[in-house]
Design a protein around this ligand. Sequence first.
Ligand code: MG
Length: 204
Amino acid sequence: MEKQYYFFDLDDTLFKTKNQVIKYLNSTYKVDLNPEQYHCGNSLFEIVKSHNTNINISLEEFWDKYRIEFLMSSAWHREVEPMENMVDVVKKLSERHYCDVVTARQSPGVHVVQKLLEKYIPNCIRHIHFVNQYDKGVLKKVLKNEYIKQFADNSCMFVDDNLGEFEMVKDMVPSYLFDPSNHHPEVASSMKFSNWTDIGEKVL
Ligand SMILES: [Mg+2]
C-alpha cells in the first residue's frame, strides 16, 4: 500500500500542554487559574485579565511575552507529557505512513518542539509545519489547510483540538476534532476522538 499522510496538531492533541501553560500564567501574572478554565479556542489573554485586573499589558505584548518566555523555553516544557497511548499509536503508524505535526506555534520555537518529539516519538515525524513562520524577522503565515492541501490526494487524517482548524480542513481531508472533555457536543461523535486508544483503533 502506498504511504499516506497523517497530520496531527501538537498542543493538547499529541501532548498535554495545558497544565504547563496554566502554571506559566499563574506564576507570571500572579493569578490562580485551573486547567478547567481553559480549553483550546478561548482567549488566554482575556482569562488572565479577568483574574487580575491590575495587569496593564496589551494583547500584542502578552503574546510576545508568551512566545519568548513559554513557547521558546525548554525549561517550561520539561514536564510536558504525551497524551495517554499517543506514543504507541504514532510509533506504529509511522512505520507504515508519513506523520506530520501541524502547529499554530511560531517557527522560532522549533528547538522546543523537536526536543519533545525526540524525547517521546523519535524519528516518527516526517515534518513539522509551523503556521507562523519568521523569515528574516518577517512573519509569514501558512495556515494548516494551505499546507495540507498539497498532500490532499494522499492524506488519510487530520486531528486537532481546535474547532476552527478542524472546520478549515474537514472538507479537504478526513478530519477529526480531538475533544476529550466534550467541549463541542455540537460536533458529531463520528467526527471526533476523545482519546488515542480510539485513534489507534481507527488507524492501525
Ligand atoms: Mg492544539
